[in-house]
Design a protein around this ligand. Structure first.
Ligand code: SD4
Length: 327
């Protein structure tokens, strides 16, 4: 699509969105769900994609009185430990040279943040990111430094490249064509944001990044303000999809700033996606945002259809199909 056409589509979407307060989404069972929920139940846990088990784990911990950071960390361990989840932790697809390198971050209600980037050999980067937040004066540790820190903190080095990933890499090498997948098996990078009973917000994000990326590439997921942002006065947001687009727009910071200006989480996610579409098009790429507001309202929006997110504000999770810019 030409930039002019894209611009026209953007303006049309923008004016439509400013006429509708909130917007609506379809739940997985097809019934119309108001994204601007009025019950504002707390606690609340919401994650990117159909990470049902992870979200359930976090909800169970939070709902039974556990700490919000424990809930998020333990929830995110589920896809990190799952060899069949090829976008996160163990079993994550490698870069084009065969190295599995992981990115993760955490941010809490006090504005503390910790992150690891380009880290190999540890299944649970979210836990190392939490240690960076809690045990160091820094926000980001990268590569060898992150790995040495993990060892010093007692984490065990492991091989993260499964035989399935090795096989997939050999198949990929036949053409060696680098093309980010739009909705990778619908369980991609996990971004999780939550609000506890006291109304405090926190979040975490973990990924193996894009399959067959260049060695050394770091995406949006471990970057505060790109893959995750929390402002306890306003709300929290997390992202999935092509990290380069999220990085260049500081996507989740933007979502939270839109909420600060009075937009609902749903509308704020939509406006951030519109910004990406306006600046970069993104016709062949996916980006999805989810957000929660301080009052427990939540929403999501994506560039392409196919993005889903899972919400727990009761014992049973509800899977939403996100509304999208391109239909
Ligand atoms: C990245 N944002 O590394 C991640 C990948 C992702 O859904 O979210 N895929 O760019």
């Amino acid at each position: 699509m030409s930039r002019t056409n894209n611009r026209r589509r953007f303006i049309k979407k923008l004016s439509a969105s400013s006429m509708i307060f909130g917007g609506a989404l379809f739940s997985s069972c097809g019934s119309l769900k108001k994204a601007t929920n009025k019950e504002y139940k707390k606690p609340l846990v919401i994650s990117t994609w159909n990470n049902h088990e992870a979200n359930q784990m976090a909800w169970d911990i939070l709902n039974s009185g556990g700490a919000i950071l424990d809930a998020i960390e333990k929830g995110i361990h589920i896809p990190e430990n799952n060899p069949n989840d090829t976008s996160v932790g163990y079993g994550g697809r490698p870069d084009r040279d065969g190295f599995v390198t992981l990115d993760a971050c955490m941010m809490d209600h006090l504005g503390n943040a910790g992150s690891v980037t380009f880290m190999s050999g540890f299944k649970n980067p979210i836990s190392v990111a939490r240690k960076v937040m809690e045990e160091t004066p820094h926000v980001i540790l990268s590569g060898i430094g992150a790995e040495e820190f993990a060892i010093n903190q007692g984490f065990k080095r492991e091989n993260l490249l499964t035989s399935d990933s090795e096989k997939a890499l050999e198949e990929w090498k036949v053409k060696s064509k680098y093309a980010p997948v739009i909705n990778s098996e619908r369980h991609d990078t996990i971004g999780m944001i939550a609000i506890d009973r006291q109304g405090n917000l926190s979040g975490g994000c973990s990924t193996s990044g894009l399959a067959y990326k260049m060695r050394g590439r770091v995406g949006d997921s471990p970057i505060i303000g790109a893959g995750l942002f929390v402002d306890n006065d306003i709300g929290a947001a997390t992202a999935t999809g092509l990290g380069e687009l999220v990085l260049k727009t500081l996507g989740t910071f933007l979502v939270v700033e839109f909420m600060r200006s009075g937009l609902t989480p749903q509308e704020a996610c939509k406006r951030a996606v519109l910004r990406i579409a306006d600046k970069y098009g993104g016709k062949d790429n996916q980006v999805g945002f989810i957000a929660i507001a301080k009052n427990g309202d939540y929403g999501g929006y994506s560039l392409q259809k196919g993005f889903q997110y899972i919400v727990h504000n009761s014992d049973k999770g509800v899977l939403f199909n996100s509304a999208s810019f391109y239909s």
